[in-house]
Design a protein. Sequence first.
Length: 192
Amino acid sequence: MRPTRVVLALVATALAPALLLTTPAVAASAATTVSTTSTADMSDDDLRVAIARILAAADPKTDKAVIREANEALDANTPEALRAFLKTGYRLAVAEDDRVRIFRILATADPKTDKAVIREVNETLDADTPEALRAFLETGYRLAVAEDDRVRVARILADPTISEALRAAAEAVIDGTPEELRYFIEVGQYEV
């Protein structure tokens, strides 16, 4: 193992407990803060530590591009490569990982019942900007699922053979939050 990697492994190990207690959004915003501050003022060690923090917060299952690009920057071991990763490489790697997540959502969507999800995924992929990809994952997906769930509840209400209890429960939730709609579709309709 290279001496630089040993130091980074030690830093990452030391930082892991603190980073594990943060949410992904906090970790991503911390890394974004590093990338938007002037990396020209950072020492080589500060650059490596910033990348080590990003690596410590990365999920090996879903953040493969981030891990790959961060390791490539560390392997290059030049201030230019480290700065380039923090300025633009990280943002582009996050976008690549987000794109993979979105394609997985599309692959599992049911064309019969997930029409809003499919529509929103396709619009997001057509826009194909890091900001659009991130916005879809943070809010757009949740709202698209809620739209599809609202259609499912409306279909339940359109069935003339449902019980009065189920009708009342469906009417009570149709204008609810995305979480209330999801709960009703997955559990609530079966509890009535």
